[in-house]
Write a new protein. Structure first.
Length: 202
């Protein structure tokens, strides 16, 4: 039984908010990782990368995904260990439904920065598109381990559990996500998740 089509609008909403908005919550590059990268670049190269990243992020926000990928590619040509560029390129590729390409980018990004909860979450979303729900659950769980109040990860882990017919876990996760969204003042999403949990029956 598939719950993604039934709640596709909700899922799309959660993905959209998190994929692009996650940077406003935290910088996913660890301080040590960022420091190591900066030491290997000249001041001119650092400025170039910053400019390219800013352009890429803006194009990503504007829905110009191919153009965003081009900017991130240029940034990576200068700094191939830039986890942020890899992660954002993964977002753009995912939006273009190049899920295998996105998966590769997230894998590389996490190899560089294993504590970036957004990368785990985004890779989890990509895994759901590839119908690898077990791997998606693992990624959402990693994201939650690093950010225990990450409501979208609970919500999408709940949908993934529903796909593998673990209904109790699905309901528990959806209800937890609903509570977290309510705590943050997002009553509408909380209500929709509560309703989704009620629909899930063995």
């Amino acid at each position: 039984m598939s719950y993604f089509p039934r709640f596709s609008l909700l899922l799309a909403c959660l993905v959209s908010v998190t994929l692009i908005g996650c940077r406003s919550e935290t910088n996913s590059l660890s301080q040590s990782s960022a420091s190591e990268q900066l030491q290997s670049l000249s001041p001119e190269e650092e400025e170039q990368v910053d400019t390219l990243m800013a352009k890429g992020n803006q194009k990503l926000a504007d829905g110009e995904y191919q153009a965003a990928i081009a900017e991130f590619n240029q940034a990576l040509a200068i700094d191939e260990t830039n986890a942020e560029a890899l992660g954002y390129r993964g977002v753009a590729r995912s939006r273009l439904e190049d899920y295998q390409g996105a998966l590769g980018d997230y894998n590389q990004a996490l190899a560089l920065d294993s504590e970036a909860y957004e990368f785990y979450y985004n890779r989890g979303i990509t895994q759901t598109h590839l119908k690898d729900y077990e791997s998606a659950i693992e990624d959402f769980s990693e994201a939650i381990a690093y950010k225990p109040d990450f409501a979208p990860a609970f919500a999408n882990r709940g949908f993934a559990y529903a796909e593998i017919e673990n209904y109790k876990a699905a309901i528990d996760n959806l209800e937890k996500a609903a509570q977290l969204f309510e705590d943050k003042g997002n009553q509408r999403t909380s209500y929709r998740l509560q309703r989704a949990a009620r629909y899930i029956q063995p």
